[in-house]
Design a protein around this ligand. Structure first.
Ligand code: C5P
Length: 221
């Protein structure tokens, strides 16, 4: 482990999308690449933290020097997160699917020749961030993310309270910003103290700046 201000600290990071099965060969997913979560885990590692990296099926490889726990579904992610606690801080970057398929098929679904399409039913997934924030083994610092397309600060401020986390890293993912799928990010850090807009910078720089802030917060508490 690197020497640094987070030496001796355990930090949990979730990253990537989740896959929610329809049948043994099909799933529902989202477009998360895992890039921002991976950058954050690497930046925390570089400050000396012991990092547990719970990741869904991301397209970017996990960083070296962290403990990688691979999961598929939101419910598996929740179980892996609970198993990884306690931690000094948790950074929940994952794009967790809000719903899973309730009427999953045990076998591959087949066309039956009738021309009728099957109907999927959905059930709500657990909210991992809220569950950790309000759980019995709450890390001292819990950080969530919020991707918004309008009224970014208002929505993220409400989300911070609703989820019970300490900070929300909010960004505007409207197509015009070019942030989604791009290499840069412009975020607003929302805490109990208010909203702090960071200048637009590379996602790696956002990760470094956030890791520095986490180190500072853990030092001062
Ligand atoms: O409510 P929304 O999905 O916008 O909240 C985003 C934040 O909540 C992210 O930090 C994400 O990782 C977390 N989240 C979660 N479990 C869910 C949904 C979101 O941990 N089921």
């Amino acid at each position: 482990l690197a020497d640094g201000p987070l030496k001796g600290r355990h930090v949990l990071v979730t990253s990537g999308p989740t896959h929610e099965p329809i049948d043994p060969v099909r799933y529902i997913a989202n477009r998360s690449s895992g890039a921002q979560g991976t950058a954050i885990a690497a930046a925390l590692r570089d400050l000396g933290a012991q990092v547990t990296f719970v990741t869904g099926p991301a397209t970017v490889p996990p960083p070296a020097g962290v403990q990688v726990v691979r999961v598929e579904t939101a419910r598996e992610m929740l179980a892996a997160v609970e198993a990884a606690l306690p931690a000094d801080a948790a950074v929940m970057t994952a794009a967790v699917a809000d719903w899973r398929v309730a009427n999953q098929n045990g076998q591959k679904m087949k066309k039956d020749g009738s021309g009728k399409a099957p109907a999927l039913e959905f059930a709500e997934n657990p909210d991992i961030l809220a569950s950790v924030s309000k759980g019995p083994t709450r890390p001292r610092l819990v950080i969530g993310f919020a991707a918004e397309t309008e009224q970014v600060v208002d929505h993220a401020t409400a989300k911070r309270v609703r989820k019970g986390c300490d900070w929300i890293v909010a960004n505007d993912v409207s197509p015009a910003t070019g942030i989604m799928g791009g290499t840069e990010n412009a975020v607003v850090l929302i805490s109990a103290a208010g909203a702090e807009a960071w200048p637009r910078m590379a996602k790696d720089q956002v990760a470094k700046k956030l890791a520095d802030r986490i180190a500072l917060a853990l030092q001062n508490s």
